[in-house]
Design a binder for this molecule. Structure first.
Ligand code: OGA
Ligand code: MN
Length: 234
């Protein structure tokens, strides 16, 4: 089992509460109005997570998505989708870790790393690639502090999806993130440690009452190294 893959997932608790407030805005460097991409259960929660959740719709162009897929597909296709026992973190998936990338794709990943990690932050050099089939999903979990630092940065390819964050401490605190096809997302700090994250299954894939169609979805995830030796023993 790989450090940046399955090992990073320790199951969190799942809850089913309806979101009530539509609030948080995506990252908009020029202040242009954008669609709502985050749904939070309270305004206070939006405040609390405003610096710890970042969404960048359209981070990857269609041509870049195709280039990434072209490099990934041959390796992914060597595996079958796995369907683990019902209590596992993830269902209907295959995954790889990848170190070497084409020049074009390395540049895309560098762009992701540049927005996610301040200069000098030690990062996992291996990139984690997770391929969820149409019916695949990820149960609530918190990435293991043994293998992953304070920041998780992902690209979402091929399909939109809904990522749900659930507070580990307050059962009512919940945020839904609309992860559009070709977006980038970043979870850090409280969003990474104090909330579980999950990718909703096809039949539950709604965002504010709107169906978010699920298809095969590939995520490409960069992480930093555990923050301190104390975290690494946790
Ligand atoms: C994980 C995970 C999210 C994603 O692999 O631990 O949470 O976007 N993946 O695929
Ligand atoms: Mn995770």
């Amino acid at each position: 089992m790989s450090p940046s893959g399955l090992c990073v997932r320790a199951l969190g608790r799942g809850r089913a509460l309806r979101p009530r407030v539509l609030l948080l805005q995506p990252h908009r460097p020029h202040g242009a109005p954008g669609p709502q991409l985050m749904l939070a259960s309270s305004p206070a929660l939006v405040q609390r997570l405003s610096r710890d959740v970042e969404l960048r719709p359209g981070f990857v162009s269609p041509a870049e998505e195709a280039a990434l897929l072209q490099e990934l597909e041959p390796r992914l296709k060597r595996q079958r989708y796995q369907h683990d026992h019902w209590d596992q973190a993830i269902h209907g998936y295959r995954e790889i870790e990848k170190l070497q990338w084409s020049e074009q794709n390395a540049a895309i990943l560098q762009r992701l790393r540049d927005i996610a990690f301040p200069p000098g932050v030690p990062q996992l050099s291996m990139v984690h690639v997770l391929d969820l089939e149409k019916t695949g999903f990820i149960n609530p979990h918190v990435d293991s502090v043994k293998f992953c630092g304070d920041t998780i940065a992902g690209l979402c390819l091929l399909s939109g999806s809904v990522m749900r964050l659930l507070s580990e401490d307050n059962s009512g605190d919940r945020v839904d993130l609309l992860l559009q096809r070709r977006c980038a997302y970043i979870l850090r700090g409280a969003a990474r440690y104090q909330f579980s994250h999950q990718i909703l299954k096809e039949e539950e894939s709604f965002f504010g009452g709107q169906k978010v169609l699920r298809n095969r979805r590939i995520s490409v995830i960069c992480r930093n190294l555990p923050v301190s030796p104390v975290a690494a023993t946790g």
